[in-house]
Design a protein around this ligand. Sequence first.
Ligand code: ATP
Ligand code: MG
Length: 374
Amino acid sequence: MKLNEIKLENFRNIEKMVCNPCESVNIIYGDNAQGKTNLIESIWLFTGNQSFRGSKMSELIQFNQQQTKITILFSDKERQQNAEFSIGSKKNITVNHIPLKKQSELNGVFYAVVFSPSHLSLIKDGPQNRRKFIDIAVSQIKPQYDDYLSKYEKILEQRNAFLKYSNRYPNLEQDIDIWDIQLSKIGTILSIYRNDYIKKLLSFSQLIYKGLSSKKEEFFIQYISTIYENMDEITVYDDKQVEQYYNKLKETYHLDVKLGYTTCGIHRDDLEITINGHSVKNFGSQGQQRSSVIALKLSEAGILKKATGENPIILLDDVMSELDEKRQDYILNHVKEMQVFITCCDVSNTEKLKNGRVFHIQNGEINEVYDIKT
Ligand code: ATP
Ligand code: MG
């Protein structure tokens, strides 16, 4: 997948811009607050996902303007395509001039992965962020995953409502069984999807992390289940696994009643990420934590490519800081076959680039473009 052109009108601080990236690495550099992340954000819109900044659509419109419009020309391995996004009193999206009903219909049209410094929370914060990461990643390649997950969440909500007001239900232990049976079935399916994804992620990320650390560090990631002790056994759905899930819910029933919520299940699971055997969250340096997230994001791209046959576009916002020269060199010069966009403040990063295009951005405008070939 290649982005050939992006045109912006009244998008945040960018009044008018046309950008024609090259098919390898594109560096967008400039001082703080000039519009680098804004440009990355405008590309990300076309994946159909929520803003990685958590912004509302209306916030994308330039101050004192009524509407913003972004148009892209892109090519997948079959053909050239175009898409347009306009946000005003209404949101209109077209692909090849045909209007879409929902933004999510862009899923499967335009593929990208994004790294932004806010994604460091994947390592630094609690398990909720890691579960969110895996849920979004799996649903990109297995569309049915979302349906299972929302069913699970609804049943869990009902079970928790019963637990919270347990004194109102004299036969709670029996009544709750109906939820336990359903949670066990769907929870088992979701555990298998997630575990399978993490195993794929492991093989990609170990290789990438080796490259990033000049073979000095060993990266490892695994799924930590609150139900199953040995995730290696959880590969295909069968009654034995459902039973194990069910039994665990029964085991924790009294604790659940005491606390008023369901204490085990996929909604409490986590990912463990280590470097050289030590938790990155607890012991990793800034550079190691950042490298881990980058490795995960690039792995996500590798898995997406395997599943769809398309190379996703890699968007790396402010990725260079805290990384040493070798790691910067890996990111600039060793991500092969994929189109990459990297934002940075420091002009010296552009000097390390061996092959690509550099855009200097100032006050929402591109005021210099040049190619580098060595
Ligand atoms: P940094 O290096 O600090 O990350 P950046 O170049 O990535 O900087 P952006 O996040 O792209 O900066 O933001 C550029 C400017 O856009 C900021 O000054 C911001 O206040 C401004 N901005 C954000 N939203 C809007 C909007 N809706 N209308 C006008 N300007 C906006
Ligand atoms: Mg920025």
